[in-house]
Design a protein around this ligand. Structure first.
Ligand code: ZN
Length: 255
């Protein structure tokens, strides 16, 4: 297992996420202090949970919650093993009915997962592990913080003096999401690649996890997608890319 973790670490480092901004995109990660940017996102996650409590949409069905908790613990441990910055992180996945997106991750370790999405696609633990690994990958690659830095670049620090104001502007005007879309697409590809490495280190079965994309493809074909076509590649394209990362990892750990 130790060799496996070391190899995964090497691969994700080669992907470039922990060093220079990959794919040549502009990043100004110092627009706001990291703790301030994380706190702004964390407050948003907390507001979603409060709203769900108020509207009774928090899903507390014990069997599904126990499954999600177990998978989250394994995925969190894999992320900690790959990236020491997250060795003390506590990750929790909260199931909310009708959250509206498949799943979202927030700096600070909170993931919100749409309970309907998990039930409708009847995820196995291996598939669920990929969903959570992909979300954790967004956090360890600093994607949410990159979004705020993009806003600082657009608005200037005088109009967005704090991370909170930058986030509010982003959420209230669709035009910014549209402008951010090319970067968001790159972030999704990166989250799939890093997520693949996390899943590989988590002990779940990569081959069985790939079935997730077959399920997503069926949903796509029916025109019942998650409305994320603007930022995500087609499920079949994602499957191929993730399978390639698994193949490379397998080759590197082979004796
Ligand atoms: Zn994503």
């Amino acid at each position: 297992m130790k060799t496996c973790i070391a190899v995964v670490f090497l691969l994700v480092t080669n992907l470039g996420w922990s060093q220079a901004p990959p794919n040549g995109r502009q990043q100004n990660l110092s627009a706001y202090p990291e703790s301030e940017a994380s706190a702004a996102w964390h407050a948003l996650a907390a507001s979603y949970v409060r709203q769900a409590l108020k509207e009774h949409t928090l899903d507390d069905e014990p069997v599904l919650n126990a499954r999600v908790d177990a998978v989250m613990a394994a995925v969190g441990a894999a992320a900690a093993a790959i990236d020491p910055r997250f060795s003390a992180s506590y990750w929790r996945a909260i199931l909310i009915a009708d959250f509206g997106r498949g799943a979202s991750a927030f700096p600070g370790g909170t993931l919100i997962v749409d309970a309907k999405f998990v039930r409708a696609l009847e995820f196995t633990d291996d598939e669920l592990a990929f969903v959570l690994s992909h979300e954790v990958a967004h956090v360890i690659a600093g994607h949410a913080i990159e979004k705020l830095s993009f806003m600082a670049g657009q608005l200037g620090k005088d109009k967005a003096p704090t991370a909170r104001t930058a986030l509010l502007e982003f959420l209230t005007r669709d035009s910014y999401a549209a402008m951010f879309r090319p970067t968001a697409r790159l972030q999704e590809r990166e989250a799939d690649a890093i997520g693949a490495a996390i899943l590989f280190a988590s002990g779940y079965d990569p081959q069985r996890a790939l079935k997730l994309f077959e399920k997503l493809e069926v949903v796509e074909t029916r025109g019942e997608g998650l409305g994320d076509e603007d930022t995500h590649d087609a499920a079949s394209v994602r499957r191929t890319a993730v399978a390639e990362v698994f193949a490379e990892l397998r080759q590197r750990v082979a004796p």
